[in-house]
Design a binder for this molecule. Structure first.
Ligand code: A2R
Length: 325
């Protein structure tokens, strides 16, 4: 078997660390771009098995150096300002990080004549406002982004299409719906709830969960299913095409929270809304159609969300438990 060389930008993040693990299991040689100040926590267990390259994705020369060193067959561009809520405070930074870094990768590839397969990481947030009669959301649905983050993802997605069309580059576009699991950043609601609950169980905070809007519904998958889907898209996705990755199931944020509370050892928990956690405009409903990727490539989610959330809570319990008091 030929050993694939994969370059993962954003390898230190939530998805990046899971993808690196999966790629290693598949026998790939894994390269990751990092920043000098990147948090290395998720990299510790993998450190001896991956090659980390310090770089600045906002600098074309630096990106070229990464490409030259990694000589990748596959590139997955996960580096991003990944948090929707933060994008309201930092719209320019969000756009610049997400969009310009991808353009540098494409331009670097062109300059070096790289024939690598490139996976663009889009998001269900690109669909934004979906009317009830437009559900489940297919790849052909209109894009009505409702946040600076969502606009940056639309730009990344359409840039992928343009580089495929203009230069014949092997670009596949993924639109991943929400995904979670162990190592999810604590800025994200479900992970934040898990962390708060684990801290309450450890007696580190009063039994009050601080929440934002609990009404929106989302289509959640397990991150371990998502990275398997990403790998499949690199192997067998049709260049230029876009694919939803989703479970097709809808959970409200409230249901997620209640599930985590039920899983906890706590007798009574107060739920308190924190106005700072509300957004200027939020997407009310996201439920995807997984028909395209399932019928063309045979991918579907395998891990029920109940299992994912249980693993997420366990992750926080382990972390909180090991914290010095
Ligand atoms: O913050 P760091 O240095 O540990 O690296 C994060 C990286 N990142 C950047 N890398 C280079 N230049 C930047 N300006 C920059 N800003 C952030 O992106 C980290 O390795 C990664 C983001 O990790 P998470 O926040 O955990 O995001 P997650 O959930 O892994 O999202 C991966 C992709 C993104 O495209 C999302 O927009 C999408 O999936 O949902």
């Amino acid at each position: 078997m030929i050993e694939m060389r994969i370059l993962i930008t954003g390898i230190t993040g939530f998805v990046g660390s899971h993808l690196a693990e999966y790629a290693l299991e598949r026998g790939a040689e894994v390269f990751g771009s990092i920043r000098w100040r990147s948090k290395m926590e998720h990299m510790e267990p993998l450190r001896d098995r991956v090659t980390l390259i310090e770089s600045d994705l906002r600098d074309l020369l630096s990106v070229r150096t990464v490409l030259e060193q990694a000589q990748p067959d596959y590139i997955v561009h996960l580096a991003a300002q990944s948090f929707v809520a933060a994008s309201w405070q930092t719209p320019v930074e969000t756009f610049y990080t997400n969009v310009v870094s991808q353009m540098h990768l494409f331009e670097g590839m062109r300059q070096l004549g790289s024939a690598a397969r490139f996976l663009v990481i889009g998001s269900s947030e690109e669909y934004g406002l979906a009317e009830p009669d437009e559900l489940p959301i297919r790849e052909t649905n209109p894009l009505r982004p409702l946040s600076p983050y969502a606009v940056s993802k639309v730009a990344q997605d359409l840039m992928g299409w343009q580089y495929y069309k203009s230069y014949g580059m092997h670009v596949v576009r993924a639109r991943a719906f929400n995904h979670t699991g162990p190592r999810r950043g604590d800025a994200f609601s479900e992970s934040n709830f898990g962390k708060q609950i684990a801290e309450m169980e450890a007696g580190l905070r009063e039994p009050v969960v601080h929440v934002g809007d609990l009404k929106p519904t989302r289509d959640f998958s397990d991150v371990r299913d998502i990275v398997r889907g990403y790998w499949l898209l690199l192997e067998r996705g049709t260049p230029g095409e876009v694919y939803n990755l989703c479970s097709g199931l809808e959970w409200s944020i409230e249901r997620l929270l209640n599930f985590l509370i039920e899983k906890s050892t706590l007798q009574h928990v107060e739920i308190r809304q924190d106005p700072a956690r509300l957004r200027p405009s939020d997407v009310p409903v996201l439920r995807g159609s997984r028909q395209k990727i399932e019928s063309s490539l045979g991918w579907r989610t395998t891990i029920p969300l109940e299992q994912t959330l249980t693993d997420l809570l366990e992750y926080w319990r382990r972390r909180i438990g090991s914290r010095p008091r």
